[in-house]
Each structure stands twice: as C-alpha cells, then as structure tokens.
Write a protein that binds this ligand. Sequence first.
Ligand code: MV4
Length: 507
Amino acid sequence: MMNEINKILIANRGEIAVRVARGCHNCGITAVAVYSDPDRTAFHVRVSDEAYPLDGITSAETYLVQEKIIEIAKSCKADAIHPGYGFLAENAGFARLCAKNNIIFIGPSPEVIKLLGDKLEARVAAIKAGLPLAPASTQDIEDIPKAKIEAGNIGYPVLIKAAAGGGGKGMRIVNDEDSFEAALKMAASEAKSAFGDGRVYIEKYIARPRHIEIQIMADTHGNVVHLGERECSIQRRHQKVIEESPSAVVTQDLRKRMGDAAISIARATGYVGAGTVEFLVDEDLNFYFLEVNTRLQVEHPVTEMVTGFDLVKEQIRVARGHKLSFTQEDVVQRGHAIECRIYAEDAAAGFVPCTGKLAAYQEPAGPGVRIDSGFLAGDTIPVYYDPLIAKLVTTGRTRETAIKRMIRALNEYIVHGVDTTIPFNLLVMENESFVSGILSTHFIEDEFPELADSLSHSEEELEISAMAAAIIDYKQHSKITATANKRAETGSPWKLSGRVSGLRKVW
Ligand code: MV4
C-alpha cells in the first residue's frame, strides 16, 4: 500500500510553512504554497515551487477555508496536503474532506483526530491504555449535586475543564465547595459559547506542575516509537515561550515510563504519523496524562536537534506508506537543545502583539544555532495572524553550553521596527531558577511578578484588541498607498488600538 507523493500543498503560512517546504525538498517533493493577500510576497511563498492565492485577508477568509484549499490542491494536482500546526491541523472534518477528494492528509486518520480532540474521550482511551491520570470525574457533568459530591471526593482544589477545550481554554480552578456551583455554571456556559459544546469535567488540580510532553511517531506497519521528551513549562496564557530537550528532571527511568505510556495510548487509538502526548509532572515526579496533540508541534525542532531525525521527512515517509526510517533502539538523545520563540510582541506590556515592518532584520548564526523563521528583512508582520517571527534553537553537549549559545545568539539578533520577545528571553536565560533547572508552569508569574497584572488580560480583551488592531490596519491600507511609511509614523496598530494604554514598561 504505497502512496505516490510527488507534490505537497502546504496549507499554512509563516515559519512552519517554510519548515514543511524544506522537508518536501529534502525528499525531492514539489512544495506548493497558498497565500492570503498580505502574504503575497512572504518567505513561505518564495521558498515554495508553486504558489496560489487564497484571495482574502483574514484567516477565516483564507487559510481556514477548506474548499478553497482542496480546490487548489486538485487543480495543481497535489498528492497530499500538509496542514502544519494551527489552522486546519487538528480538524477531523478537513482530514475527511481530503480523503473524499483522494488527497492524502499528512496526519492521523479523521477518526483518531476526532477521538483525541474530545478531551473526555481521550481520557477514557488513556485509562483503557493504562496511563496514569489525575483523579477526575468519570463523565461529563449533568447534575450539580452529584458533581459537588464528585468534587468533594476528588478533594479541593479541583480544576474544571471543557471536554472540547484543550490547550487550557475554558479551564477554572475551584478552591472550595462554596464557589463550586457558580464556577461550574460559568465554565459550562463559556465552553458552550466558545466550542458549541458545554460538556465539562472535573480533575484534581495539580499544584505547580511541569509540562513535559513526549514526541511520538507511528507508521502504517504497526511501528510506534517515542523520541523522548520536551519540557515546555515556561508559558504564559497557555502559550509556550521556551522549550527544551531533554528536561532537567527526566531520568532515563522516567523517560522510559513516560515514553511507554505515550506509545500505549498511540497503539490503543490506532495513531499514525507524528504526535505529542502531553503530561503534567508534579513535584514528586509523578506524571499524569493531559492530552494528545495530533499535529507536528511548534517546538518539534528541539527533538530534531537532540535525536538527529527530520520529523517532516518521517511524516512524509509514513504518508507514503513506508516504514519509519528508524526503530526505538535507534533513538538516542544526544546533548541538549533549547528553543526560544521570537514573537513580535511587547513582553513588558504583557506580551501584546507589536506587528509592523522589519525595518532591519539579521538572524544570528554560528556553532549550535538553528533558526526556523518565516520572514525576511523588509517584510511586514501582518496583524491578522500569529505574531511568531522565528524560533531560535541552540544546541550544545550540555544544557549550560546551549544556554550560553542562546545568550550569545539572542544578543546577536538584530530586529528593528517591531518589539520582540528577545529581551524577555535573555532575562530568562540569565534567571537563576532557569539556569538551575527549577521550572513550573508558574515560572513567569513567579520570576517576573511585575508582569502579573498585564498577563491577566482576559481572552475577551485580547480578542477585542486584535479586532481593533485589524480595523486600524485595514484603514491605514485603504487610505494610503505608502503604508510602510505611514506605519513608521503612527507605530503599531496594536498600540493604536489602545490595548497597551495604561500598561507600564518594566525594563
Ligand atoms: C491541569 C493543571 C493542573 N492540574 N490539570 C493547561 C493546558 C491544558 N492542556 C491543561 N492544563 C493544565 N491542566 C490539572 N489536573 C494545570 C494546567 C496548566 C498548564 C499545563 C501545561 C502548561 C501550562 C499550564 C498553565 C496553567 C495550567
């Protein structure tokens, strides 16, 4: 059952589209880009062999329109679609639509995407596969008195999670029985309006956990392997900022147990392709299953750097129906890799996007430096999408060397025209707790308490600001032709939107 793949349509933009195009070229495959109006001259378009317009501006008009992408794939005779991450990557309906049109979707089957996308079903699968989980309610909550009894049995504090959520969306911590009922109702109604699915469940709240995930790869011949862990504890608003492999706390024994657990759920669900099994690790190094991400993740390069495998190339092998190019015995983590995400954001103002023109842009290089980026000097970072500019990865024989190289590379990085998270990343690299490997998902609040206020912007506030920034950007475009010059005079539309007013710079 070999599938011929000579041409792949990349249904994404930015650094991941560039990364996938490189993977295609490493396999001798033609890479096809699609692009929105603002991305017409983007780097991902330039590195691809063919490119087709999606005619529109926002994600909802372009990268998310399944029919447009399928239409282009058919007319250019692409054999497969790689979704990257975000957009259509974990969309079971899109994977099904690809199959219906005889196009290979590079990822697991629609059934597996759907099953693991439902956090309650994923939990059931994990229990069946024998994975350790935090104590939790067994089903979604229907009856409030019953739920209260369950919460009491689990023991406060508990965390209410949305079945359709994931990535931290729609979660609520409840510290005592008195606040339980109101929190439950709020969580359910938020989940209903955010996901169209109000099902929620209760889990024991694990205090100060680390977020450690296992990379898995599975082929269609029954081979399932893990490629060790990534520690992703440093995050804000459930968005990761810095990731590394190996984790400072994972021993060979813990790695084997977490890896075996990840392989078990992959086998139990019939997983195919690249995936990530997320765990929380508590202060006593107990680990608890969280969820499975059915995509190639942003932070996959740290795994590539310590294992030496090209994950996109392996994804393509699997999609072709070939066996993985290696077995579990071949997987050895060598040295250390750290990734800093370079966002066009003002970290001091609570990581608010700060898009605009990269008036000057020069990436660092040298021993132990890898950069996956989506932009070139002179490019404008559009307001409409994720403001990730690049991922800076450094490696070394030891964690200490990787950190030193990261400091050197961050200092070498030249970005003029937008604020970036480079200064914040530098502060972390020089932070005593980070250097000692003392991490938790509360790292940023703990170590940078002055950011706490601005980090508590609600999802709603951020969304309103994003809309305001887009409107201002649109107006600037329609009024004048020399947008770049105008933008230089007026500054970032995010700032004009008033989002950052009243917020204080802390460095
Ligand atoms: C938790 C938790 C504590 N206890 N579950 C957030 C993302 C989503 N995948 C699950 N998350 C959490 N689940 C229990 N039972 C704490 C978090 C959590 C978190 C997890 C990983 C990375 C960052 C986080 C930040 C805050 C909370």
